[in-house]
Design a protein around this ligand. Structure first.
Ligand SMILES: C[S@@+](CC[C@H](N)C(=O)[O-])C[C@H]1O[C@@H](n2cnc3c(N)ncnc32)[C@H](O)[C@@H]1O
Length: 327
């Protein structure tokens, strides 16, 4: 692997394979049937933290970074937000668009204006949000009756300029920064998309949790921080048990809390809060040791607001990475 773009290609292939396979009914993580039946894939924690940052999302412009095949993005649309989901996986974006249509959610008003260069523009499809999915009481005065939904294929570190300065809230969750070579570049990208008064809400795996391959026996196979690329080779998936996906190789990066908060500050964002959780909302295995004692596995969440805007930076070379196995 010679440079960062090689790492991006490796990860893209991996995520194309997972996006094809996730949410197909034998999934322990993505409940597509429940979503199509009218449910939301968002956790209480995600909803509460976004609500604390920007209030009711109805009528707001929400950018979902690294949206995978769009389940959470479309759940935000069900809550009334005008949503744009971004992912670098063409397979994920295509599935997200199909899921939007299947769910009867509006698609593509704003992303249809995006250029075809870095981002693949949304087709001009239109569909309606089911009336029962959007109670009138949730819609702010002046908000559109039908939220717009669009998906853009783009590297989060090279977002199309049309997304700049447009969003009330930029959101990303659970499995975000470990795929990104530079927390500073990621924060700059996210900050550039916020409009004045907007907020970034990021809920991610705690860097301590990312270090742990196995709790019993304890196997630590990933650094806490440093942003050096680490190569893994594993066909399994966090969502589908026993999955032996093609494209088993990944390159991941460790970002410590200090690096993340400094990156936010460097991108001109004011850190309003940083929460570390010690409960088991997402994965009980991460919060308890095998004999039931509470462990320090935790999740973190940050809300950031822009003090001023920064543009995205570019590139860094990738030295020969060590090999491990996870994901
Ligand atoms: C663990 S998933 C995100 C999970 C998401 N919150 C969900 O529950 O569906 C990570 C996502 O990041 C995307 N991704 C990784 N690196 C990216 C990059 N450089 N630019 C855009 N998307 C990226 C992957 O394609 C994948 O969909």
């Amino acid at each position: 692997m010679r440079n960062a773009s090689d790492a991006t290609i490796v990860n893209q292939k991996r995520w194309d394979a997972l996006a094809e396979r996730h949410g197909r009914g034998d999934d322990e993580y993505y409940d597509v049937a429940g979503f199509l039946a009218g449910g939301s894939s968002l956790t209480d924690r995600e909803r509460a933290k976004v609500n604390a940052a920007v209030g009711d999302v109805a009528g707001l412009e929400l950018l979902h970074l690294q949206c995978h095949f769009g389940l959470d993005t479309l759940s935000w649309a069900r809550a009334g937000a005008n949503v744009t989901g971004v992912d670098f996986s063409a397979v994920a974006v295509e599935r997200a668009r199909r899921l939007a249509a299947e769910a009867g959610l509006a698609t593509g008003v704003r992303p249809a204006t995006l250029p075809q260069t870095n981002a693949q523009a949304e087709p001009d499809a239109q569909a309606g949000l089911a009336e029962e999915a959007q109670p009138a009481a949730q819609v702010r005065p002046g908000a559109q009756a039908r939220p717009t939904v669009g998906f853009v294929q783009a590297d989060v570190l090279a977002l199309p300029s049309e997304l700049a300065g447009r969003f009330d809230v930029v959101f990303a969750s659970y499995g975000v920064l470990c795929w990104i070579r530079s927390a500073a570049e990621w924060m700059a990208s996210a900050a550039a998309c916020l409009r004045p008064g907007g907020a970034l809400v990021l809920i991610d795996m705690h860097p301590l949790v990312n270090m742990i391959e196995s709790a019993d026996p304890l196997v630590v196979d990933f650094p806490y921080a440093g942003e050096e690329p680490v190569r893994f080779d594993s066909g399994t998936s966090y969502a589908v048990a026993g999955l032996d996906a093609e494209a088993s190789e990944t390159v991941q990066y460790a970002h410590g809390l200090g690096e993340i908060v400094s990156a936010a500050a460097g991108a001109g964002l004011r850190v309003e809060s940083l929460t570390e959780w010690f409960d088991e909302e997402i994965d009980p295995k991460l919060a308890r040791s095998p004999d039931g004692r509470r462990c320090s596995w935790c999740w973190s969440r940050r809300t950031f607001r822009p003090v001023h805007r920064c543009g995205a930076g570019h590139g860094r070379s990738v030295p020969g990475p060590p090999v491990g196995s996870r994901w």
